[in-house]
Ligand binder design. Structure first.
Ligand code: TRP
Ligand code: ZN
Length: 864
């Protein structure tokens, strides 16, 4: 059952008005919907509504209860027959939220009711046109037991509430903004709530509420603050104001994804909302800030302007990720944010683009849309917006964004509508840029130099190429925005001229298969950086020599380039070692020397240095190797870490001799210094037992969760009884805190020495459950994604372990199973023996799988 973009047709009827009436009860919730249907297509007399796992009680059309002569019912639909120009339809169904373990539709989490309707969850609540282009004005009445469910929430503004008799109460909500079903939300339960107010720039007061598990209010304040900063930022940077009198965020423990942008009522995975220094790491805080912003920004990029169909998903997700990345850059450090985002892109999106699940940011077909909430749609989607900004210039981009918001407000739009808002100068230029959305695969950009000593001219020959991806063999060139700058061999900035103007940095677009760029004024062969800031999602190959790269990593004025070239040098050193050819790689002493220079810079930023001196993970190295041997790569990484640790011992001692940064402070310097200490522990842990004292001391003295986790991660690598003691100390302290225990579980699942055994034990821990996605991911997701040595074990034991778990998980929660199974996407990079183990494991899961979600991912993975 493949759905194709080219088959889009608008629905035959519209539903301008929807009334929903919920009488909540765990086993039998009654949902009555009253829909106003208006014909669009003049020949139509019927409409098929989607519905799944519903018990139909009754159907009435225009006030008359009707029988099967007026409707057809299947497992997944209700077709209303004999309709005229307009109709009033009333449908009553019963559902069982308590039995809903898939966590799509209306379900219960921690004894509270909540919903998740994106992408196709609303059809598990009632029969409806469950598609994003059906915009309806919702009025919702919610009734529930008063003592157990004191807080009632739905989208929009509360217009009425009161007692409903029999110990029950009710509230009525009106959302004045027409919206598709995927943005519907309902919450009922006992919460601790904190409230605040935000006044928009046009003077509207907005009541803000953050609702969390009882006892957790202290961990909600950071999210509230992040929300207010997001609201202000969207006014300042994108001129976007909030548009309702209330805005609520609710945290739930059982959630399939990060968070959801339901109109006026965002629902969050508690792992992305609750944060205080005792229980959350700095990385968690930054994630909370980013996701609060992301969901809030959807109010415009997603809700006010929604999607015509799910193929356009990237229109809201890519754009909103771009917006949240910009927000984080403004709140924190722009270069660090860029490094963080590119590292994530390369770790997850590049492998996806290079494997059997590769697809363009706008796919043209799918079986289950839930499987397309991918890194390509989200992260490459954001990169494409960044490419557009570079192509158009900051001003042209900003103007186009305003035009997009103005022209499409209140509609269900397409990526074509988005592109139409920008002035590219020509139809051809717009079409060329649009290809970024339509082509899968990561382009490779190569650069070769020639220098004419007589004229001082340097010529850069650039080529771009793209490998075929599943279902897409022909690739046209893409417009790649470049920022080019040069150094001389001593590391001095060289302002060469292009077209007669000398400049330290040249902004140019490369949009053909091959081109030559000429620059004047170079007395010697210069050292160019061509993709400063990394403003296009491409792989770069250059002809720079080892010596030149060492100069570049030490001296390029662009921090991204220094970080990137340093990573490349370290990776080359590690890959050479793993190959038994350490001599042919760049010498570690010289790399360490260049890195040591970072500590001396006038613009020294500890958070940057923490990333600069941390060599690539084994997973990253796997992506750079043909038939990788994870154990050999790990050994090479350990070697390299030991060498760097020894070379940077003075810097480490100097840092640890200083008083620790304030454990409550989240300013750049405090976060950066903690990150630096953490990297030092990581480097030192490669020395094994010899570093145990350092790690244990750090564990004992840890003043917050960031420091505790950094020390524990180091101990996990050192292993032995010290690690087990630390684990049990930690468990005793945190056993009643699920979010912290998730960290305890995943830390062990990632332990490289004995991860497989540990995971087998963890699965029978009393606190383990496959029903909670966070917990399932903390064990199996962490193992499959972040323990490459054990997951890719030669004997297939890692694959088997994950396969067994997936077989159990699929009937409980197919969406989560289909996400964890993606870790197999790199299987064809490995040797025949590992491939055979992976194939057998996948085939076993496929044979047992019941869900379309899991079957689609495995079938494509095996085929690719
Ligand atoms: N739109 C959500 C976001 O902000 C994604 C999302 C939340 C989702 N819950 C989901 C996607 C469940 C699929 C299934 O990015
Ligand atoms: Zn989103």
């Amino acid at each position: 059952m493949t759905v194709h973009l080219r088959d889009y047709t608008a629905p035959a009827y519209e539903i301008p008005e929807t009334h929903l009436d919920f009488s909540l009860s765990p086993e039998a919730t009654r949902v009555i919907s009253r829909l106003k249907l208006v014909r669009r297509d003049k020949d139509a007399d019927r409409i098929t509504l989607q519905g799944e796992k519903l018990v139909l009680n009754s159907v009435a059309i225009d006030g008359q209860t009707v029988g099967t002569d007026r409707y057809e019912l299947t497992d997944t639909s209700l077709t209303l027959l004999g309709l005229g120009e307009t109709a009033e339809v009333e449908i009553s169904v019963t559902i069982a939220p308590k039995d809903n373990t898939a966590l799509m539709g209306l379900y219960m989490s921690g004894g509270r009711y909540c919903t998740q309707c994106e992408a196709e969850g609303f059809r598990r609540i009632t029969y409806f046109l469950d598609r994003p282009d059906c915009l309806s004005r919702f009025t919702v009445r919610v009734e529930a037991d008063k003592d157990n469910f004191p807080t009632l929430l739905s989208n929009g503004d509360t217009v009425e509430n009161g007692d409903a008799g029999n110990g029950r109460h009710y509230a009525v909500f009106v959302d004045p903004h027409p919206k598709p079903t995927y943005l519907f939300a309902l919450v009922a339960g006992a919460f601790d709530s904190i409230f605040d107010t935000f006044t928009t720039r046009s003077g509207q007061a907005v009541k803000l509420g953050v609702h969390v598990d009882p006892g957790q209010a202290g961990r909600a304040h950071f999210a509230m603050d992040a929300l207010k900063r997001s609201m202000k930022w969207d006014e300042d940077v994108f001129q976007r104001e909030y548009d309702l009198a209330e805005f609520h965020i609710v945290a739930v423990r059982d959630f399939n994804f990060g968070a959801m942008e339901n109109k006026g009522l965002n629902i969050f995975n508690s792992s992305l909302l609750l944060a205080d220094a005792d229980t959350a790491t700095d990385a968690d805080f930054l994630n909370v800030e980013r996701v609060v912003a992301h969901e809030y920004f959807h109010n415009w990029s997603g809700n006010r302007i929604t999607l015509r169909d799910w193929f356009q998903l990237c229109l809201k997700e890519g754009l909103t990720v771009y917006r949240d990345q910009e927000f984080s850059s403004d709140m924190r450090s722009r270069p660090l944010q860029r490094i963080h985002d590119v590292q994530g892109l390369r770790a997850i999106q590049f492998p996806e683009d290079d494997g059997p699940l590769a697809h363009p940011p706008r796919p043209s077909e799918f079986e289950t849309i839930e499987n397309f909430y991918t890194s390509t749609v989200y992260n490459k989607g954001a990169e494409v917006v960044r490419v557009l900004r570079e192509l158009l210039g900051a001003e042209g981009f900003a103007e186009g964004m305003q035009r997009y918001f103005d022209d499409n407000d209140g509609t269900a739009a397409t990526l074509e509508d988005f592109m139409a808002a920008f002035d590219f100068g020509s139809v051809e230029a717009r079409e060329a840029a649009f290809r970024w959305y339509q082509q899968a695969g990561t382009p490779t950009l190569t650069m070769k130099r020639a220098h004419d000593a007589g004229t001082g001219e340097v010529t850069l020959t650039l080529t771009q190429s793209q490998k075929p991806t599943p279902g897409q063999t022909d690739k046209a060139p893409l417009p790649i925005p470049l920022r080019i700058g040069f150094l001389d061999s001593a590391g001095q900035v060289l302002p060469l001229s292009n077209d007669g103007t000398a400049s330290e940095e040249h902004h140019l677009t490369f949009d053909s298969a091959e081109t030559q760029l000429r620059f004047d004024g170079a007395a010697e062969m210069p050292i160019p950086a061509i993709l400063r800031g990394f403003n296009a999602p491409v792989k770069v190959e250059t002809d720079l020599t080892q010596d030149e790269k060492l100069v570049q990593m030490a001296h390029d004025p662009d921090p991204f380039t220094r970080w990137d070239t340093g990573q490349l040098m370290m990776a080359e050193a590690m890959l050479a070692r793993a190959d038994g050819k350490a001599q042919s790689g760049p010498p570690l002493e010289r790399i360490a020397e260049a890195l040591a220079g970072e500590f001396q810079r006038a613009d020294f930023e500890p958070g940057f240095v923490a990333r600069a001196i941390r060599p690539a993970s084994v997973s990253e190295l796997i992506m750079q190797t043909h038939t990788p041997d994870p154990a050999a790569l790990f050994a090479a990484q350990l070697d390299t870490r030991r060498a760097l640790s020894a070379a940077l011992a003075d810097q480490r001692e100097a840092e640890f001799a200083r008083p620790a940064p304030d454990p409550q402070s989240l300013d750049n310097d405090a976060i950066g210094r903690r990150a630096l200490r953490s990297t030092f522990l990581f480097l030192a842990a490669a020395e094994g037992e010899a570093s145990a004292d350092l790690a244990l001391k750090a564990f004992r003295e840890a003043g917050n969760m960031t420091d505790s986790m950094a020390a524990l991660r180091a101990l996990a690598e050192i292993g032995g009884p010290a690690f087990d003691r630390a684990l049990s100390t930690f468990e005793t302290r945190w056993k009643s805190d699920p979010l912290v225990m998730d960290k305890w579980f995943s830390l062990q699942a990632m332990a490289p020495q004995d991860g497989t055994e540990r995971v087998r034990k963890l699965a029978s821990h009393p606190l383990f459950s496959l029903k909670n996605p966070n917990r399932a991911r903390s064990v199996y997701g962490a193992f499959a994604n972040a323990n490459p040595v054990c997951f890719h074990a030669e004997d297939g034991s890692g694959y088997d372990l994950v396969a067994e778990a997936l077989i159990q998980l699929d009937p409980i929660n197919p969406g989560t199973a289909a996400r964890i199974v993606r870790s197999f996407e790199t299987w064809k990079r490995f040797d025949n023996n590992r491939q055979a183990h992976a194939r057998a494991a996948l085939e076993r899961v496929l044979a047992a799988a019941k869900s379309t979600n899991l079957k689609e991912v495995i079938t494509k993975t095996l085929r690719g």
